[in-house]
Design a protein around this ligand. Structure first.
Ligand code: ADP
Length: 394
C-alpha cells in the first residue's frame, strides 16, 4: 500500500511517499511558489534529486504534477497515479471531529468553524483539501488530527475554569496539538527504554513548541490548549497570555481586536521579544550581547522549565525527558539551559555528550536517575500509519 503524506502551506505542497509494507520512504518532493508563473517542483528518490520550473496555478495542479513525476518510468515510485491508496494530512483543528477521518464535507465544515482558532493552519488545508476532493476525486484524502493523541487527557488538565457550558457548547477546552510528534515519541521512547508503562516528558521545540506528559503511551497533559497559539512561546505566536491585557491594548494602541489577534498570532513569541524569527539568529545575537535576544531565550527557557516542573509533578517523576523538533534536536544551548540545576529531581545533563550529540542519542550523565534523550521525530510516518489503519478498517 502506497500513501503520500502531504504538508501544505498557502503556496507550497511538500510530500513523502511511503510504501507501507515496510514503512520505507520511496520519495520526497513538492512544489513551491504555487500560484506564481514560475513554480518550482522537486523530487528526490533513490538518492537522486531533480528540480524543475513548472506552472502550478493551484494545489490540485501541483499534486497532479507530483504524481506524474512519481509515476515516470525512470523513477517508477508509482506504477501509475491510481496506485496511490490515499493522501494523508497532518490536520490541526476541527473541534470534536478528531482522530483520523476521511476528508468529507462534514470534516471540512468542522475545520472551517475553527479557521480563526488555528489561522496559520486550517485555512490553507481547507482550501487545498476542497480543491483536491473536487479535482482528484479518485484519491481518498485522510486527515489525521493533531488533537487525536490528546483524547486521553483527563478532565483535570482539559478544562479551563470558565462557565461550564462554554466547554460543552463552544469547545472552550484544552484540546492539545503536536499529536503526531508526541505520539511518535511516546512509541519510540517506550521501545528504546524497553518500558511500555514509561513516564515520558516529550519536549517538541521548533517553529512551534509544546511539552507533553505521557504515561504508558498515553497523553495526560499538553502545553498547547484551546488553540495552537498557547503554552510555550512559539517562533511568532504568543504562547500563554492573560486575556485581560486585551482591554488595555485596545485602548492603548487604538487597534481593533482583529489586529491585536493578528499581532498575537504573527508578531509575538520569540520574534516579538527579539526581533528574530529563527532561534539560530537569536542565539547568534545573544552571543554578541544583544539584550532583546537574551531576554527572548530566557523567557523561552523559563516557559519550558515551568511546564517541565508541572509535568514532573503530574507524572510523579519521569523515566525520560525527550528533546525533539528543530530546536530540541539541534540547540545545545537550549537543552543545557533547560536542564540546569535539576539535580534535586534526578535530572543531570552531561555537557560533553550534549555538545556532540547528533540524531537519536542519550545526553544524561551516569548519575542521572532520569534519562535525557534527543530523538528526531517522524510525524509523517505517524500520519501514514493512521491513514493506513483507516483504509484497512473501511
Ligand atoms: P516547525 O515547527 O516549523 O516544523 P522545526 O521543528 O523544523 O519547525 O524547527 C524549526 C526551528 O528550529 C527553526 O526556527 C530554528 O529556530 C530551529 N533550529 C534549527 N536548527 C537549529 C540549530 N542548529 N540550532 C538552533 N536552532 C535550530
Amino acid at each position: 500500500m502506497k500513501i503520500l503524506v502531504a504538508n501544505l502551506g498557502s503556496t507550497s505542497f511538500k510530500y513523502r511517499l511511503f510504501e507501507m509494507t515496510n514503512e520505507q520512504v520511496l520519495a520526497r518532493g513538492g512544489v513551491e511558489r504555487i500560484g506564481s508563473v514560475e513554480s518550482r517542483a522537486f523530487v528526490e528518490s533513490a538518492g537522486v534529486r531533480e528540480e524543475l520550473t513548472v506552472q502550478a496555478k493551484d494545489h490540485a495542479v501541483a499534486v497532479r504534477l507530483c504524481l506524474a513525476q512519481l509515476a515516470d518510468p525512470k523513477r517508477a515510485c508509482l506504477r501509475d497515479p491510481s496506485e496511490l491508496a490515499a493522501i494523508g494530512f497532518k490536520a490541526v483543528h476541527a473541534k470534536d471531529v478528531t482522530g483520523v477521518q476521511r476528508v468529507d464535507e462534514r470534516v471540512l465544515q468542522a475545520m472551517e468553524e475553527y479557521a480563526d482558532v488555528a489561522p496559520a493552519h486550517n485555512p490553507p488545508y481547507i482550501a487545498a483539501m476542497r480543491l483536491l476532493n473536487q479535482q482528484l476525486p479518485q484519491i481518498p484524502l485522510v486527515a489525521a488530527f493533531e488533537t487525536g493523541f490528546h483524547e486521553t487527557i483527563p478532565d483535570a488538565h482539559r478544562y479551563y475554569a470558565v462557565p461550564l457550558e462554554w466547554a460543552e457548547q463552544h469547545g472552550i477546552k484544552r484540546w492539545g496539538f503536536h499529536g503526531a510528534s508526541h505520539r511518535y515519541i511516546a512509541g519510540r521512547a517506550s521501545e528504546l527504554l524497553r518500558k511500555p508503562d514509561a513516564k515520558i516528558i516529550s519536549c517538541h521545540l521548533g517553529g512551534s513548541s509544546s511539552l507533553c506528559a505521557i504515561q504508558a503511551g498515553k497523553s495526560v497533559a499538553n502545553s498547547l490548549g484551546m488553540s495552537p497559539q498557547t503554552g510555550l512561546p512559539h517562533n511568532n505566536r504568543v504562547g500563554d497570555f492573560d486575556v485581560f491585557a486585551l482591554p488595555a491594548l485596545l485602548r492603548g494602541t487604538g487597534k481593533s481586536l482583529e489586529q491585536l489577534l493578528d499581532d498575537l498570532a504573527n508578531r509575538s513569541g520569540l520574534q516579538g521579544l527579539s526581533g528574530f524569527n529563527d532561534l539560530r539568529d537569536i542565539e547568534a545575537a545573544a552571543a554578541k550581547g544583544e539584550p532583546r535576544a537574551e531576554l527572548a531565550l530566557s523567557v523561552f527557557v523559563g516557559a519550558v522549565r515551568h511546564y517541565l516542573g508541572a509535568y514532573l509533578v503530574i507524572l510523579g517523576g519521569a523515566d525520560a525527558i525527550v528533546f525533539t523538533g528543530g530546536i530540541g534536536e539541534n540547540s545545545v544551548r537550549m537543552r543545557e539551559s533547560i536542564c540546569q540545576n535539576l539535580e534535586w529531581f534526578g535530572i543531570q545533563l552531561d555537557s560533553v555528550r550534549n555538545a556532540v550529540a547528533k540524531g537519536e542519542s542519550t545526553i544524561h550523565s551516569e548519575n542521572s536517575r532520569v534519562q535525557l534523550w534527543i530523538m528526531p521525530t517522524n510525524e509523517e510516518l505517524i500520519v501514514a500509519r493512521q491513514a493506513k489503519s483507516l483504509l484497512e478498517r473501511k
